[in-house]
Design a binder for this molecule. Sequence first.
Ligand code: COA
Length: 320
Amino acid sequence: MKGLRIISTGSARPAKAVTNDDLAKIVDTSDDWIYPRTGIHSRYLCGEGETTSTLAIQAAKEAMERSGLGPDDISALICATTSPDHVAPNVACQIQRALDMPETIPVLDVNAACTGFIYALETARGFLAMQSEEEAADRPRYALVVGAEHLSKMLDFTDRTTCVLFGDGAGAAVVELAEDVPYASMLGARGGDEISCEGPGPVPAKIQMDGKAVFRFATGALTKCVDILLTKSGRTMDDIDQVICHQANERIVDFCIRKLKAPETKFFKNMDHYGNTGAASVALALDEAMCGNAVKPGDSLLLVGFGAGLTWAGVLITVK
Ligand code: COA
């Protein structure tokens, strides 16, 4: 099977970090309530002039600069988001214009909520793999995949059960289609409205959630997805260097670690300073892991997402 390899990553976040104590000034909550239940201390929230597309463009530029590739080397551009600036043009086309990407490539947004970045990677792999041998000879097999969200515009800051959980940001990766890489994937969904958001329409969009039901779904989905990816690839946890999963809630990740009897150090976490950034979450965590010591060239990673839809998905992928 032709799989993806990660060439480079990038990320972007709004200028303003908002702590739990800051939120406690506008809604009846506290760090003592939020942190033990979620692992979140602060999150970045968009201010004036910051939107999904501005963050997406910044993250995409950084990933492209670090890849050493030019715009003409990209054969597919996919952006995962649930919070585009507007219905049209999509965020991917806004990135295309800003980065001067070619006109003859597929450019589209994917909405699979917090699982979006994984769905976007697989969409990109599909487009790259679809090229005929003749096309592939003329065309590079690289894709730019972005996850970006401005979730705070869809939050009700009078609802303490949701507004403390989410944040804004963007992450991006340049990936390559290759034959000689270990790769496995699974994509899934279970139609359900346990997390929902009205719109687009005249009523302001507001994220709503049945927290307990989502918690049950998320713990099951994350654990099952890791199991499926290991089984599909014929690997064990010993072969995996890092699991980079959706950063919704530290307790969800810890549940999975206990259930799989996996070493805690293999599960990357950065929700303490980002909160849940939806489709950006896995991409942001991947970039932070790549920039720090957590991930090094040649590492095997499991990237796993879960979220509204209810969607869940994962890939086993290697870093160049
Ligand atoms: N600050 C203070 N109190 C809060 C609060 C907040 N931010 N949010 C809720 N509460 C209160 C509730 O009003 C309730 O009070 P009551 O007992 O007087 O009615 C109490 O805390 C318990 O609320 P509950 O909703 O039962 O809490 P919980 O233990 O289920 O924890 C979550 C809530 C959201 C942390 C938890 O359900 C969760 O993590 N769910 C998964 C959410 C998620 O990750 N979603 C995204 C997946 S992509």
